[in-house]
Unconditional design. Structure first.
Length: 223
């Protein structure tokens, strides 16, 4: 039987994203998050508005979305409870966060130059999405206790880099879902995808049918 409950969080399972951005002193920042979803060439990213990463994205107008595979869970976890903010804000101190100036070095990720934006990419991640900032949307501003605390950042994907190991054989611009094993966050814990259960009838529609026409100057692929 179903029960009515009131959970504190509703993280039912979304991919982990390592967002690289530039701090005010131009040092690279790398922050894990999992409130992300894509539609066409745009992505929406949910943050606490007081965190460093959304402030960096809004200020500089760019970022990189690095998607780790399930095999990188231990490296990603080393970033947990770390922040580039110094001093550490009280609300993060109360949750056990500590200041970490080297957000790439701490987990062992290798920064590599992006093609279009300034923040570096995390080499070990199989997918890098270079992105530019479009809009900031406040969340739950109608609630006095949440006003100004949550923000949704809309970015546009400008260039896509993927490791050749996850490309679909015989296709230049497609990813093989049987080879791509994203790291998933579900209720504060890491998970991976299981094997394909069955073919979906949606898969009879060519992927190209979903491509949105990018605006002038947008570059979605290296190839």
């Amino acid at each position: 039987m179903h029960q009515v409950i009131n959970p504190a969080i509703l993280y039912f399972g979304t991919p982990v994203v390592l967002v690289s951005s530039l701090n005010e002193d131009n040092s690279p920042n790398l922050a894990p998050m999992s409130s992300a979803w894509w539609l066409g060439s745009h992505c929406l990213l949910g943050f606490g508005a007081r965190s460093r990463t959304p402030q960096n994205i809004i200020r500089t107008g760019e970022c990189v979305l690095n998607l780790p595979s399930a095999s990188l869970a231990a490296m990603v976890d080393r970033l947990a409870l770390s922040t580039a903010s110094d001093p550490v804000p009280d609300f993060k101190l109360n949750r056990g966060y500590r200041h970490e100036p080297d957000k790439f070095g701490l987990p062992g990720f290798t920064p590599v130059a992006s093609h279009i934006v300034t923040p570096p990419r995390a080499l070990e991640c199989p997918v890098h999405l270079e992105a530019t900032f479009k809009h900031a949307h406040p969340i739950a501003d109608e609630a006095p206790d949440l006003r100004g605390r949550l923000v949704c950042i809309e970015v546009q994907i400008e260039r896509v880099h993927v490791d050749e190991s996850i490309q679909l054989e015989g296709h230049t611009n497609r990813i093989d879902p049987d080879k791509w094993r994203p790291l998933i966050m579900s209720f504060q814990n890491f998970y991976g995808l299981g094997p394909r259960l069955r073919d979906s009838r949606l898969a009879t529609i060519p992927e190209s049918a979903y491509r949105t026409t990018p605006p002038p100057g947008a570059r979605l692929s290296e190839r």
